[in-house]
Ligand binder design. Structure first.
Ligand code: ADP
Length: 443
């Protein structure tokens, strides 16, 4: 019926919307992570490996020398300040560099060394004497592709014969490519292989699909990637990487990578064990601000992150704090990813001592040196229930790398007291009351 058709149309429109939102958020977060990541993420977890052929054993390596890399590449690796392979690289690199080439699906959280690993594999496999594309690398967005391109340039610094080109719209006009490595988004890459024929897919030796979880959140990327993969020769090495691994990612991965070796590295669990948690009772936001000032007057805080529920509160608080003479950084939702990265970087470098932010903005960022976290507003979900996951992520520390920390929660109503109690129950960890007129007890 007509009414049903309208319903279906609206439902379809809504699902496209959800996809768009999802796409924007995921790829932006991923880019932000890359822009601010200057170090490996530590992990104590063990790598899980599922090898394709039981008789073919790949030993993990503890040094880059054991990999017998080209000297130019070893120089590039050391030039980047890498002393030894990361957890995931120890296992993944011997597989990726083996002869014959091994296919691989690898999953580990962002910052664990996946990009560096597949860049090294691509650079190792190209023949610089052949002036045509031999490696294709697809990323979900152009900005993400650029970040990977930068790693290729850094690691290949002493190997200038190997050239790189970005598959972006309007970049090329009617010429076969001479560059050995092509990196870009699936749509353009597909066009370059089919419509424009800048790339001969039959000559590709390595195909990399990065950020598979972000990739599948975009309509069309999945099909385009599969269409590219179908054109590649049988002996082409297929590599797929993802930070997370739900069912949908796994299904996609298996369509892209035949006969895969599989490597997984579990995320480090966050805990509240080394955190002292307090709450402060107030009546309104002005009182909360006063309490905050008292805390600052009483204890030495090297750097603090303060979380607010809305942009408006965050903006107001940042203003009040600067008026008090604090050097404040404000991270806000309307900022571009690059601007956000710049704010976080300045804060990391200690240029500002306080970072005021909303929850959405702060998702996925870690600032390791921060020892004090203040929940100016408690984290709640859209239904007003306690958001325990966000609470843990804001103040928790991972494994034994975690330093001791201090968390202070501002309570300003019966409702927020209720939220606090539920958070306390959920984690089964006492949150102590703090009297901000008498602050001897903390520190
Ligand atoms: P992922 O792709 O998993 O997000 P990256 O490859 O981007 O991880 O690595 C994260 C950070 O760690 C980058 O700053 C990178 O330069 C650095 N890094 C990667 N491998 C090593 C290593 N073996 N030793 C030291 N630092 C490394």
């Amino acid at each position: 019926s007509w009414a049903q058709a309208v319903d279906e149309q609206e439902a379809a429109a809504e699902s496209v919307n959800v996809n768009l939102r999802c796409y924007g958020l995921l790829s932006a977060q991923s880019l932000l992570n890359k822009l601010i990541r200057s170090n490996l993420v530590n992990t104590t977890n063990q790598v899980e490996v599922l090898q394709r052929i039981q008789t073919l054993r790949f030993n993990s390596v503890k040094s880059f020398e054991e990999l017998r890399l080209k000297p130019q590449l070893l120089q590039g690796v050391y030039g980047m300040g890498f002393n030894r392979p990361s957890k995931i690289q120890e296992t993944a690199l011997p597989m990726m560099l083996a002869e014959p080439p091994q296919n691989l699906i690898a999953q580990s959280q962002s910052g664990t060394g996946k990009t560096a690993a597949f860049v090294l594999a691509m650079l190792s496999h190209v023949d610089p004497n052949n002036k045509y594309p031999q490696c294709l690398c697809v990323s979900p967005t152009y900005e993400l592709a650029l970040q990977t391109g930068k790693v290729i340039e850094q690691m290949g610094k002493h190997y200038p014969e190997v050239k790189l080109v970005y598959a972006i719209r309007g970049n090329k006009s009617g010429m076969k490519l001479q560059e050995q490595i092509v990196i870009g988004t699936p749509g353009t890459m597909l066009d370059w292989c089919t419509k424009f024929k800048f790339i001969d897919p039959k000559k590709i030796k390595v195909f990399v699909l990065d950020e598979a979880d972000v990739m599948i959140a975009t309509q069309g990327h999945q099909d385009q990637s599969i269409r590219i993969q179908r054109m590649l020769p049988k002996n082409c090495q297929m590599l797929l990487f993802s930070a997370t691994f739900e069912e949908s990612v796994w299904n996609f991965a298996q369509r892209i990578v035949p006969d895969p070796n599989i490597i997984k590295l579990k995320r480090e669990e966050e805990t509240l064990d080394t955190i002292k948690q307090y709450y402060v009772l107030c009546n309104c936001k002005e009182e909360k601000f006063q309490a905050l000032c008292n805390i600052y007057g009483a204890i030495t805080i090297a750097q603090a992150m303060i979380f607010c529920h809305t942009r408006k509160t965050a903006g107001w608080l940042a203003g009040e704090l600067s008026r008090e003479g604090h050097q404040v950084a404000l991270l806000s939702g309307e900022m571009q990813v690059e601007q956000r990265a710049a704010v976080i970087e300045r804060f990391r470098d200690g240029k500002e001592k306080v970072l005021v932010t909303t929850n959405v903005c702060a998702r996925g960022i870690d600032v390791e040196q921060v020892s004090v976290v203040i929940n100016f507003d408690l984290p709640v979900d859209k239904d007003g229930n306690p958001d325990n996951e966000t609470y843990l992520h804001r103040i928790g520390r991972t494994g034994r790398f975690g330093k001791r920390g201090l968390a202070i929660n501002m309570v300003d109503s019966k409702m927020s007291m209720n939220i606090l109690n539920r958070i306390q129950e959920h984690f089964n960890k006492k949150i102590e009351k703090l009297n901000t007129d008498d602050l001897d007890e903390i520190e």
